[in-house]
Design a protein around this ligand. Sequence first.
Ligand code: URA
Length: 204
Amino acid sequence: PESDLTAGRDASSIGEAREAAKGCRRCQLWRNATQTVFGEGPESAEVVFVGEQPGDQEDLAGKPFVGPAGRILDATLDDADIERRKTYVTNAVKHFKFEPRGKRRIHSKPNAGEIQACRWWLDKELDLIKPHVAVALGATAAQALLGKAVPVLKMRGEVIERDDGLRVFITIHPSLILRIREPADKDAERGRFLKDMRKVKQLM
Ligand code: URA
């Protein structure tokens, strides 16, 4: 089917929006991905966590943050006394973008056009949930939530209020922690991420 820009327009619940997003053709990423990975969590959530895009495991499972980055997120939320099942977890871009390398599928960054196209769904989710705070996990999420690129490492821990009143909390993407090899550096970054999540708890 050609791109249908009306699908999901009248969705009045997250369930309806998720159903409509299954056939999304707003950009080309659906072609190679297994499925749309929509957000997950209660519509009554006080906080919405926004990642970049589903990874390899999320693409197969159809759920956000179930792979290695998700385990970091889970552990940190746990330490910060935030119950993930009471939060809503989603991504800026809802199809997995990758380059095949042998049998592996290597994550590749969504571009501005893809982020913009998928922003329609993120806006829909935020509109239905109306959280007290949205947490941008990394630069792609920050760009999607704020409509412009922001320096995440400089602004982490800060709250930016959008024109519509939504408070956006800026922090890193948990996959950053996965990429740090030096144990002391990794621990330090874990500590900073936990500190950010404790601030999020205060904003809920
Ligand atoms: N990274 C993301 O940004 N989102 C996921 O769902 C998984 C990994």
